[in-house]
Design a protein around this ligand. Structure first.
Ligand code: TMP
Length: 215
């Protein structure tokens, strides 16, 4: 595979504001006339959207951690084949709302499967496809959960994971901090406190050097 594009991912615990920040970045890149392709995990493709429904349905209380992991990689393998790899080959900037770091933090750390199991599944499903840069929006776990609960209180169809206990979400956050320690070059923790615009400027400070290098 010849990869000419740039692969950027957004991460963060539930309610961190990462999807809003991703939207702001995509708008900014498009304003600069850059070709951008978006993806969401789980859910960027038609198959992925069905997997998302299964994964987040509160009725599926019995779902095992390994089932969660395999569903996430099924969605991701499809997104890679259908969206991510073709766009990178066309030289575009691919921006994904979550990717394998989510599985490391949620299934690897919080569900206890371990990083190595997740990385094995990644190698099987995606080979060497990894982001060039990951922005992880870091906010207080309790504040994020309050936001996520508010968002899901009207539509309960995606509430399974934010109904987990508080210590689960603290473990997710610890998982992200562990990735940041392992890969400080690629994985950047960005302070999510303050206004959307303030956070967007912090995100831009991480992304723009990469664009200059590419130009
Ligand atoms: P969202 O809040 O970004 O829409 O993500 C949906 C939920 O799915 C969120 O609670 C995190 C969870 N998730 C995992 O547990 N593992 C994964 O690999 C991904 C991509 C998401």
């Amino acid at each position: 595979m010849t990869r000419r594009g740039l692969f950027i991912t957004f991460e963060g615990s539930d309610g961190s504001g990462k999807s809003t920040q991703m939207k702001l970045l995509v708008e900014r890149l498009k304003m600069l006339g850059l070709p951008v392709t978006e993806n969401q995990e789980p859910g960027g493709t038609q198959i992925g959207r069905q997997i998302r429904r299964i994964m987040l349905d509160p009725a599926h209380e019995e779902m095992s951690p390994m089932t969660e992991l395999l569903l996430m990689f099924a969605s991701r393998a499809q997104a890679a084949a259908e969206i991510i790899v073709p766009a990178l080959e066309r030289g575009e900037i691919v921006v994904s709302d979550r990717f394998t770091d989510s599985t490391l933090a949620y299934q690897g750390e919080a569900r206890g499967l371990g990083f190595e199991t997740v990385l094995q599944a990644h190698r099987l499903a995606l080979g060497s496809l990894l982001p060039d840069l990951t922005v992880c929006i870091n906010i207080d776990v309790e504040a994020g959960l309050a936001r996520a609960h508010e968002r899901n209180s009207e539509d309960e169809s995606e509430a399974r994971l934010d109904r987990q206990r508080l210590d689960f979400h603290h473990r997710v956050s610890a998982g992200y901090r562990r990735i940041a320690q392992r890969e400080p070059g690629r994985f950047r923790l960005v302070d999510g406190a303050g206004s959307r615009e303030e956070v967007a400027e912090r995100v831009w400070a991480e992304i723009s050097p990469l664009l200059s290098e590419r130009a």
